[in-house]
Design a protein around this ligand. Structure first.
Ligand SMILES: [Zn+2]
Length: 446
C-alpha cells in the first residue's frame, strides 16, 4: 500500500455532494484513492504540508486539441472568424508528424497540469504523415495525467464541398477501422482508468451524415463515449439549416448523438428546445469561454443550461484559438462571461469552480473524479494562497476572484506530478525547447 498524507489543509473545497468546505483538515490517500478526510490523521508514507493552502479537486478539461499548441498566435489567424481561421491553419497542420503530435501534447498537458488539471480529454481529428492517436496517449502517460483522448476525423475535403483540404481528410472506412484499433489498444474502462478512448468526428461540416451515424453505432457497441463540435456560432447554425434542413440539435438527435455517453463542444447557439433536449437525454456540454471570446462566437447560455439540468464542463479548447491552455483562468473566464450576459450574480466563483471540477468529471463519465470524498480517485490540486495574488483576500477559497493561476502541488491517482510549482515527471525546459524548434521549422518551410 502506498500512502500519501496532505496535512493541515487551510481550506478544503470538497465539491462533494453536499459541497462541504472544511478548515484545518488532513487528507489520507491510499493506493490512488482518497481513504480518509479528518483531523490528526497519521501515515507511514509521505507527508505534504498544506498549511497556507487551499485544496480543491483536480480540474477537468473537457475539450482540447493538444496539437494546436504548436500553432499559437499564427499571424494570419489572429483576427479571423472560425472558418477563415481554420483555412489559415489547415496547411500548417498538414505538415505535422508523430513528433509534432507528441511534443505538442507534452506541452499542452504540462500547461494544464500546472494550472490544476488532473484529467483532460483531447480531440485529435487529423492524422497527417503517419501520426496517430497514441502519439498523445504516450505523452499523457509519461506526464502522469488522467487522459480521455478521442479519435477525431474529417472525411469531406474541399473537392467534395467541405472546408478542409483533401490531404487532411481520410476515407470513412479507414476512420472507423482506426477507431476500432485505438479503442482495442488503449481504452481502459476500469474505475481507476488513466486512459479512456472516445470516438469524435470533427464536426457536422467536416464528415458525412453516414459517418456520424456509424461512429455512434461503433461507440455504443464498444461502450465508449462520443464527442464533437456543435452549434459553435452563427455560421455553424446557418450551415446546418442550409445543408441538413434543421438546427444542430435536431441533426444530433436524428443521428444518435444525444445521451449520457455524448458531450458536445461549445453549444454557444443552443436554443431553448435544444437545451431541453440535452437536459432530458443527459447530453453533456464542454463550455470553452476563452475560445468563444477569441473567435467572437458569442456567449454560451451556461446559466440556462445548468438551470435546466444540462451537464456542463469546461474546456480550454485548442491552443490556437485561446491561445493559452490555463484551466483555472478558463474557469475565471467562464464566471466573468456569464456576468457579461446575465449580471453580477449570474455565476459565483464557487459555481465556476464546480463546473471546472465535478461538472467536467460528470460530463466525461467519471463521477469518481472531480470531488474530494472518501472512495473517490485521489486527483487533487493544492493552491498556495500566501502569495501576492491573494494578499488581502477576505475569502482565499474564492480562488477565481483573487488567487494563484498555477498550482503548488498536483496529485493524480495518488502520485505527485507537480511539486513546488515544478512538473516532476518531465524535463519541461527541454520539452519547451523542442516545441519552439518544431514551431520555427514549420515557419521556415511555409
Ligand atoms: Zn474545438
Amino acid at each position: 500500500m502506498t500512502d500519501l498524507l496532505l496535512r493541515n489543509v487551510d481550506h478544503l473545497l470538497t465539491m462533494d455532494d453536499d459541497r462541504r468546505e472544511l478548515a484545518q483538515v488532513d487528507i489520507l490517500i491510499t493506493d490512488g484513492v482518497i481513504a480518509d478526510i479528518g483531523i490528526g490523521l497519521e501515515t507511514s508514507g509521505e507527508v505534504i504540508d498544506a498549511s497556507g493552502c487551499v485544496v480543491t479537486p483536480g480540474l477537468v478539461n473537457t475539450h482540447h486539441h493538444l496539437y494546436q499548441s504548436l500553432t499559437r498566435a499564427v499571424p494570419g489567424g489572429q483576427d479571423a472568424l472560425l472558418f477563415g481561421w481554420l483555412q489559415t491553419l489547415y496547411p500548417i497542420w498538414a505538415k505535422f508528424t508523430s513528433e509534432h503530435m507528441f511534443v505538442s501534447a507534452q506541452v499542452g498537458l504540462a500547461e494544464l497540469a500546472l494550472s490544476g488539471c488532473t484529467l483532460s480529454s483531447d480531440h485529435l481529428y487529423l492524422y497527417p504523415n503517419g501520426s496517430r492517436l497514441e502519439d498523445t496517449v504516450h505523452a499523457a502517460a509519461e506526464l502522469g495525467l488522467r487522459f480521455q483522448p478521442t479519435r477525431g476525423a474529417m472525411s469531406i475535403g474541399q473537392s467534395a464541398g467541405g472546408l478542409p483540404p483533401d490531404n487532411l481528410v481520410e476515407s470513412e472506412a479507414a476512420i472507423l477501422e482506426d477507431c476500432i484499433r485505438v479503442i482495442d489498444g488503449f481504452h481502459d474502462a476500469s474505475h481507476s482508468s488513466m486512459c479512456r478512448v472516445g470516438v469524435a468526428p470533427c464536426s457536422p461540416f467536416s464528415v458525412s451524415r453516414e459517418l456520424m451515424r456509424d461512429a455512434a453505432l461503433l461507440a455504443r457497441d464498444k461502450g465508449v463515449m462520443m464527442h464533437t463540435h456543435l452549434a459553435e456560432n452563427e455560421e455553424d447554425i446557418a450551415y446546418s439549416l442550409e445543408q441538413f434542413g434543421c438546427r444542430p440539435g435536431q441533426y444530433a438527435q436524428d443521428l444518435g448523438w444525444v445521451g449520457s455517453d455524448v458531450w458536445h463542444a461549445h453549444c454557444v447557439k443552443l436554443d431553448a428546445s435544444e437545451i431541453a433536449l440535452f437536459a432530458q437525454t443527459g447530453t453533456g456540454v464542454a463550455h470553452c469561454p476563452c475560445s468563444n471570446c477569441r473567435l467572437g462566437s458569442g456567449i454560451a447560455p451556461v446559466k440556462a443550461m445548468r438551470a435546466a439540468g444540462v451537464l456542463v464542463g469546461l474546456g480550454v479548447d485548442g491552443s490556437a484559438s485561446n491561445d493559452a491552455g490555463n484551466l483555472v483562468l478558463e474557469a475565471r473566464q467562464a464566471m466573468l462571461l456569464q456576468r457579461v450576459a446575465k449580471g453580477a450574480d449570474a455565476m459565483s466563483a464557487r459555481d465556476a469552480l464546480e463546473i471546472a471540477t465535478r461538472g467536467g468529471a460528470d460530463v466525461l463519465g467519471r463521477p469518481e473524479c472531480g470531488r474530494i470524498a472518501v472512495g473517490c480517485r485521489a486527483d487533487i490540486a493544492v493552491w498556495d494562497v500566501s502569495g501576492i495574488e491573494a494578499a488581502g483576500s477576505w475569502d482565499p477559497a474564492a480562488l477565481l476572484l483573487a488567487g494563484p493561476t498555477t498550482v503548488r502541488d498536483l496529485i493524480v491517482e495518488g502520485r505527485q506530478i507537480v511539486r513546488d510549482g515544478q512538473v516532476t515527471t518531465l524535463d519541461l525546459p527541454a520539452v519547451i525547447g523542442r516545441q519552439n524548434k518544431l514551431a520555427r521549422d514549420l515557419r521556415d518551410v511555409l
